[in-house]
Design a protein around this ligand. Structure first.
Ligand code: HSE
Length: 440
């Protein structure tokens, strides 16, 4: 091997030895030499904080404590790797580590999305780095790609499948007809799901990640509380099949778009044309499309969750920290991509002010003229219909499903139209509404 690493190794402490913590330890050990050649110094795990051992991780003689604050307060440790998850204890741990002058690497999207503004301000005061590549899209280096690789661009929009568990569930349901609960259990066993899996299926986890992506793409502060979130639990096989018949796939998508009035920040089930690459991202895989004015559309694809894919991002951050720790803090890449005093106050739009095309499924009585009434409601509100499909009468209830896809329209306008449709005598129950994005 060329070169030698006579400089003392950097000492790191891993807090949390679950799926990601175990993966991080294993990757650091297995690839120690390769990693040191990249970082310019060895990296030594000097302490682990864990409540229980991880059978997938042979920690050998590495000291283990049950108290995460032992790591944050350990004077030997240069970098604290926070992999315990959650908003509360992780928040205290990261603030303590920063206060003690330690750099931090975290995979915690909830923590960054909710407390990131405060954490980065504290980190700047102390001149330390808080790195969070693993917080978004598991093993895909998308934070680095947007923050550095696309730094020339004015980013117009980004859209991503950014929850592996949800995508795994949707794929298994669509391809194998498996039941929702059954697939979710498997995702939990594989270590993909959050401690509270409602975060996955209700879009909260994706909204955490989208908040982070939007911030580094548009140079705005983190504003998770303004993200719109809709989950996948209400999706039916009927809509999945009708979408297919129309040439679309349903994906749980996070969308962030810059408009003149503000920024759209929304997570919801979405119909995407089936021939788009992103529509064919299946299982636990994630993908993020980013559209910039110079680069055009780029697509980043890879495993969105799991032991070593997520560890790959944690370790990459660690290498970055090791390289940058001796540099003047002013010369480091800003946490949120833009210089902290140059963040924009362009507002996040409420969902009613967002614009999208819509798939509508209307259950109507088999009477003449219903379709005409529905079309009138739409035309009176200036909503163009892109396609329409009227199905056969359903035997079990005698109702006729009518499927419509509209052109792009303001959410408030479609809500008005849906309210008017639901008030028609011949329309039964609620109109199903799913957003449609062409992503072109
Ligand atoms: N629960 C998350 C997912 C883990 O399924 O995507 C990775 O952030």
């Amino acid at each position: 091997m060329m070169g030698s690493f006579s400089v003392k190794p950097v000492k790191v402490g891993i807090c949390g030895l679950g799926t990601v913590g175990g993966g991080t330890f294993n990757v650091l050990k297995r690839n120690a030499e390769e990693i040191a050649r990249r970082a310019g110094r060895g990296i030594e795990v000097a302490q682990i904080a864990a409540r229980r051992p991880n059978p997938k991780c042979e920690t050998g003689s590495t000291p283990i404590t049950a108290d995460i604050f032992d790591v944050a307060n350990n004077p030997e440790i240069d970098v604290v790797i926070e992999l315990i998850g959650g908003y509360t204890l992780a928040h205290e741990l990261v603030l303590k580590a920063i206060e003690n002058g330690k750099h931090v690497v975290t995979a915690n999207k909830a923590l960054i999305a909710v407390h990131g503004n405060e954490i980065f301000a504290k980190a700047r005061e102390k001149g330390v780095i808080v790195a969070f590549e693993a917080a978004v899209a598991g093993g895909i280096p998308v934070i680095k790609a947007i923050r550095e690789g696309l730094a020339a661009n004015r980013i117009n929009w980004l859209a991503g499948i950014i929850n592996g568990t949800g995508n795994f569930i949707l794929t298994e349901m669509r391809e194998k007809g498996r039941a929702f609960a059954d697939v979710l259990k498997e995702a939990q066993a594989l270590g993909y799901a959050e401690a509270d899996p409602t975060f996955d299926v209700e879009g909260i986890d994706a909204a955490h990640k989208l908040t982070i992506l939007a911030s580094i793409a548009f140079g705005i502060p983190l504003q998770f509380d303004k993200a719109y979130t809709e989950g996948i639990t209400q999706l039916t096989t009927a809509d999945v099949n009708y979408a297919e018949a129309l040439g679309y796939r349903i994906k749980h998508l996070g969308v962030a778009r810059r408009t003149d009035k503000g920024i759209e920040l929304r997570v919801h089930p979405t119909l995407i044309p089936a021939d788009r690459l992103i529509a064919n991202v299946n299982g636990v895989m994630n993908a993020v499309m980013v559209n910039g004015d110079a680069a055009g559309s780029t697509l980043f694809y890879g495993a969105g969750a799991g032991m070593e894919p997520t560890a790959s991002s944690v370790v990459a951050d660690l290498v970055d920290v090791v390289r940058a720790m001796t540099a003047d803090p002013e010369n480091r890449v800003p946490h949120l991509a833009f210089q902290p005093d140059s963040l924009s106050d362009h507002p996040i739009l409420p969902i009613e002010a967002c614009e999208s095309a819509y798939y509508l499924r209307i259950q109507a009585k088999d009477h003449p003229g219903v379709l005409a009434q529905v079309a009138t409601i739409l035309s009176e509100r200036g909503i163009n219909i892109e396609s329409i499909m009227q199905m056969e009468v359903e035997e079990h209830d005698g109702l006729v499903p009518m499927i419509l896809v509209t052109h792009r329209v303001l959410e408030s306008r479609i809500i008005e139209a849906i309210t008017a449709m639901e008030a028609l005598d011949d329309v039964v129950g609620n109109v199903v509404r799913i957003r449609v994005e062409q992503l072109n």
